[in-house]
Design a protein around this ligand. Structure first.
Ligand SMILES: Cc1ncc(COP(=O)(O)O)c(C=O)c1O
Length: 393
């Protein structure tokens, strides 16, 4: 067999999201698409802001020489200067182009960062529940993922993080606003993590921030680098500008890290040898040219309100997401996979919390049409009733 045993095993075990996607396709063929309510995928269903598309058109129309050529592996200097100025304005820290690496999305940024810092067997702490790709990213670079639980409201427990740090710990992944919970970490919590890490100078924070711009109720996500000195921000325009297929992001190395220049050399090398070479050229120019803007967060907030209010009224326990575009309600029975099956009977597709390391929950993506949410509600109510009948347990 050509496929490695490790990969073959991962394919069977790993992807709940993929399994649910296949289940959805089957159900749609069986019942008709309008009877299936698919809450599984986090694929923005809004269009990119017009300002971004206008910038892209301008770049193409100008057709300046070298627009499409090879470039330094870190990305075009002029683009990195723009991104650095924005980072400096946001954080108050002296970022320059030298601290910025343009990447293939936040996923690319995480992978180059991990490749640059991990020796085989080094440990990376992730906070549970977590984006399941983190384990693959860490293991891609021979690291070991160490899970640390968050509390009932999905907030980090700094005592538990402290207890999990060993001499092999190289990084902690922080993801706020969070996938799958929508939780937002407070400045106070981040400061406490920063204070803890002052005692562990070998540990970096990888702040995975693809949802940073998607925060509800007029709030803002606290900037991590001013609160945690040794921070690498994995940033991305995938969700903020609804362009996840274009694969454009960046890694920002905090100027407060003593050996930032060595890290810069390492991540630039990693970007090259992982085969990314550089981030997509056209999209680097478009991002630098476009006004700083985001998709309409109000649309996601309205969907959060519709879904979470309705589920709460029915009797589900839902911690209200403060950002990102997911809700992560508790399941009425402890076995989340069994509850997923109950929902399936109603044509509702969701991802079990087990897939994110926290059973007893489901993840519902808010990137579905409002009408889909409305039409799904009676099914959620019937599923709650069916699951809590003695026979269903
Ligand atoms: C938590 C988290 N990190 C990273 C990514 C990858 O984002 P990108 O498209 O920027 O690579 C995602 C995408 O869903 C995500 O949810």
């Amino acid at each position: 067999m050509s496929v490695a045993r490790k990969i073959a095993g991962e394919l069977v075990e790993a992807s709940w999201i993929r399994r649910m996607f296949e289940e959805g396709a089957r159900l749609k063929a069986e019942r008709g698409a309008d009877k299936v309510f698919d809450f599984t995928l986090g694929n923005p269903e809004v269009e990119p802001p017009e300002g971004l598309i206008a910038a892209l058109r301008e770049v193409v129309a100008e057709n300046r020489p070298r627009t499409h050529g090879y470039m330094p592996n870190a990305g075009f200097l002029e683009v990195r200067e723009v991104v650095a100025r924005r980072m400096a304005a946001r954080t108050g820290l002296p970022y320059t182009a030298e601290h910025i690496l343009m990447t293939v999305g936040s996923a690319g940024a995480m992978n180059v960062a991990l490749k640059a810092i991990l020796d085989p067997g080094d440990e990376v702490i992730v906070l549970v529940p977590y984006f399941p790709e983190y384990r693959f990213y860490i293991e891609n670079h021979a690291g070991r993922m160490v899970r640390v639980e968050t509390d009932e409201r999905f907030q980090p427990d700094v005592g538990l993080i402290a207890a999990a740090i060993t001499p092999r710990t190289k990084a902690i992944v922080v993801n706020s606003p969070n996938n799958p919970t929508g939780a937002l970490y407070s400045a106070q919590t981040l400061r406490e993590i920063g204070n803890l890490l002052e005692r562990h100078p070998q540990v970096l924070v990888l702040s995975d921030e693809p949802y940073r711009a998607l925060v509800f109720d007029g709030k803002k996500a606290p900037e991590v680098p001013p609160l945690i000195r040794r921070t690498l921000v994995a940033d991305s325009w995938s969700k903020a500008l609804a362009v996840p297929g274009e694969r454009i992001g960046c890694l920002a190395i905090s100027p407060l890290i003593e050996d930032w220049a060595a890290l810069r050399d390492a991540v630039t090398f990693a970007n090259r040898v992982l085969g990314f070479v550089n981030a997509p050229a056209l999209w680097q120019w478009a991002i630098a040219r476009a006004p700083e803007t985001t998709v309409d967060v109000g649309l996601y907030q309205a969907k959060r309100d519709l879904l979470c209010d309705a589920l709460t009224r029915m009797g589900y326990q839902v911690s209200r997401p403060a950002g990102a575009f997911y809700a992560f309600p508790r399941t009425p029975i402890a076995d989340d996979v069994a509850f997923i099956r109950v929902l399936l009977k109603e044509g509702i597709l969701a991802v079990p919390g087990s897939g994110f390391g926290r059973p007893g929950h489901i993840r519902l993506s808010l990137t579905v049409a409002t009408e889909t949410i409305r039409a799904s509600l009676p099914g959620f109510e019937r599923a709650l009733g069916a699951a809590t009948l003695p026979a269903a347990n």
